[in-house]
Design a protein around this ligand. Structure first.
Ligand code: ATP
Length: 363
């Protein structure tokens, strides 16, 4: 049974529909990410889980309890805000103890719990400091410790790493995962950063215009995006447009302007009809670039010239301009420092991909 059940929830602000007939299940112990572009409704959904907003329609239940009319402080849920909202006149330990004190927890238990939380976020040595004496990363940990201190069933985190610089953000992603794992608590994280969601989440709900477009594991979202929006929003992708010609031996044949011979695509889940307009999505690392023409009978061959090359250290990105003028991106892992006779700018090249490297997106 899901821990959180969102059923057909709509939230309107006057004329504006922030969340639109949305249904969702979140399970106990999950690290769940709500991912989507700015304005898609993720914060509004989160605020309804916390109880700061009430749905206009639909129901939210937590552990079987209908949350309609239940105020935030009566919910077994806590929220960590992007701004952290620490009390500037209180020390780190007092900040962490604040909610426990309000709940009337005995003093010795508060001291134990604060000690436990300080250890968890590795801030034992800074317990007496004030927020103004801490770095951004340390403040983030205090906010996390304070949000965790009451041991809520569910912790809601709104862009928890948004204020940190890139390197610290990447390190902190793993720390958050470790902490969640150690506590076995359910985390629901709002982010607009797809890499962050991919790294941390057990499952991701991708949102667009107040609706959920796909809920799946990071691997499924990346490998089997349901729509063009998801394919383009999560990771890098090449889109080739064309028409279905039919099916042969269980594989789809798709005619595109960019390939002389129809492409062969292995995507058995799609139900398509001949003549249907489709888009084909291929991730750049699943395309192969080569100088020599592929042998006779080769399939899925695109020809073009190298437009530019970007060296990223671990990867090299080739942008190849096809005869149609379309640019495809091909990435290649730099496994060795020594590459003999590497492909250069302006060279004529062949780009190929396997039938199962592509996904067909119905237009
Ligand atoms: P961001 O990543 O920018 O925070 P978001 O995905 O969290 O965006 P929401 O903050 O949930 O999006 O907003 C969804 C839509 O609802 C937006 O169009 C927003 O303008 C609108 N909205 C949110 N809160 C209110 C409000 N209190 N009054 C009116 N409109 C609102």
């Amino acid at each position: 049974m899901p821990l959180i059940r969102v059923e057909n929830v709509t939230k309107r602000f006057g004329e504006a529909v922030a969340v639109d007939h949305l249904s969702l299940n979140i399970f106990e112990g999950e690290f769940f990410c709500l991912l989507g572009p700015s304005g898609c409704g993720k914060t509004t959904l989160m605020r309804m889980l916390a109880g700061f907003e009430m749905p206009t329609e639909g129901t939210i239940t937590l552990a079987g309890q209908n949350l309609a009319g239940v105020p935030p402080y009566r919910r077994p849920v806590n929220m960590m805000f992007q701004s952290y909202a620490l009390f500037p006149h209180m020390s780190v330990e007092k900040n962490i103890a604040f909610g426990l004190k309000q709940d009337g927890m005995p003093k010795d238990q508060i001291a134990d719990r604060v000690g436990e939380m300080l250890r968890l976020v590795q801030l034992e040595k800074l317990a007496k400091r004030y927020p103004s004496q801490l770095s951004g990363g340390q403040r983030q940990r205090v906010a996390l410790a304070r949000a965790l201190a009451k041991k809520p069933k569910v912790l809601l985190l709104d862009e928890p790493l948004g204020a940190l610089d890139k390197k610290l953000r990447e390190e902190t992603q793993f720390e958050l995962m470790d902490i969640q794992h150690e506590l076995g608590m359910t985390f629901v994280v709002v982010t607009h950063d797809q890499e962050e969601a991919m790294t941390m989440a057990d499952r991701i709900a991708v949102m667009d215009h107040g609706r959920i477009v796909q809920v799946a594991t990071p691997g499924e979202i990346y490998e089997q995006p349901k729509t063009r929006f998801i394919a383009e929003f999560v990771g890098d992708v090449n889109i080739l447009e064309g028409h279905v010609m039919g099916q042969e031996n269980g594989l789809w044949r798709v005619k595109t302007a960019s390939a002389d011979v129809p492409l062969t695509i292995d995507d058995p889940d799609e139900v398509l009809h001949s003549g249907q307009a489709v888009a084909i999505a291929v991730r750049p690392e699943k395309m192969v670039i080569q100088r020599d023409p592929p042998g006779p009978g080769a399939i899925n061959v695109l020809t073009g010239e190298v437009w530019d090359i970007g060296y990223l250290g671990d990867w090299t990105v080739y942008r190849v301009k096809l005869a149609t003028g379309e640019i495809v991106r091909v990435t290649r892992a730099n496994a060795s420092r020594f590459v003999e006779n590497p492909i250069d700018w302006d060279e004529q090249v062949y780009v190929t991909f396997a039938p199962d490297a592509a996904v067909i997106l119905a237009e």
